[in-house]
Write a protein that binds this ligand. Structure first.
Ligand SMILES: *[C@@H]1O[C@H](CO)[C@@H](O)[C@H](O)[C@H]1NC(C)=O
Length: 226
């Protein structure tokens, strides 16, 4: 009898931990903003590492978004998630973004903005007495409120699907593999910004010279072709 119970326990324990993040993943990590923006060799690529429940990521989003929109097709954003272990709900909110992204990649950023706007609902202190299902329920309600009723089903089924768990693990592993340990962290064309811009002016200081140096290259080509 005891053996049967033990075997059952072993089965339950291993059964619930059998999620593998396939490394390397079949698709590169990250959400492109705006949706559909092409990334070719001339595109200035900003990579941002965010945690959905990090106040500094929240504050960084609006100036970053404004900068990406300002430069149009010259700039693309690739957003990576780094769920920080000391934020109790970082992983589960990151997973919700992956779930929604599989369904509709535009919705990802709408939900991200929803998390930023209602971030306090997911802070450690505000959720310390809540069970995990209660937190997931809050996320589903927020998803419904920001994206529409159809997302109740999308999120509910997404949280029972191990694929979203794997994708979130891949995000964490990817960020860790880049040596990122805090959010927000920014890379531009593959190089880390040690002095992260905190406003739109800060982004212009970083990006303007890159856009101009590219224009200079175009002028040189004209001169050499004369
Ligand atoms: C994706 O979501 C956006 C924002 O909610 C919506 O405008 C768009 O129609 C959706 N696309 C599809 C294919 O459902």
């Amino acid at each position: 009898m005891i053996r049967t119970i033990l075997l059952f326990l072993v089965f339950v324990v291993t059964g619930t931990t059998q999620v593998h993040a396939q490394i390397p993943p079949a698709r590169r990590d990250g959400f492109v903003y705006p949706q559909g923006r092409r990334v070719d060799p001339d595109t200035i690529l900003i990579e941002a590492f965010f945690d959905p429940v990090c106040p500094d990521s929240r504050d960084a989003w609006s100036p970053l978004k404004k900068a990406v929109e300002h430069y149009g097709s010259r700039v693309a954003l690739l957003l990576h998630l780094l769920p920080l272990p000391y934020h109790d709900n970082a992983y589960v909110t990151s997973r919700a973004l992956h779930i929604v992204n599989t369904h509709n990649s535009t919705a990802t950023f709408i939900l991200l903005e929803g998390f930023f706007e209602h971030q306090a609902m997911f802070y450690n202190a505000q959720t310390q007495l809540l069970s995990r299902p209660a937190v997931v329920d809050r996320i589903i309600k927020l998803g419904e409120a920001t994206l529409g009723n159809s997302y109740q089903h999308v999120l509910k089924s997404g949280f029972t699907d191990t694929k979203s768990d794997s994708a979130t693990r891949v995000s964490f592993k990817y960020s860790a593999s880049r040596g990122v340990y805090g959010t927000p962290t920014f890379y531009v064309n593959g190089f880390v910004l040690s002095d992260a811009p905190s406003d739109f002016g800060g982004w212009r200081k970083v990006i303007d010279p890159l856009v101009q140096s590219h224009e200079g290259e175009i002028k040189d080509n004209l001169v050499s072709s004369i």
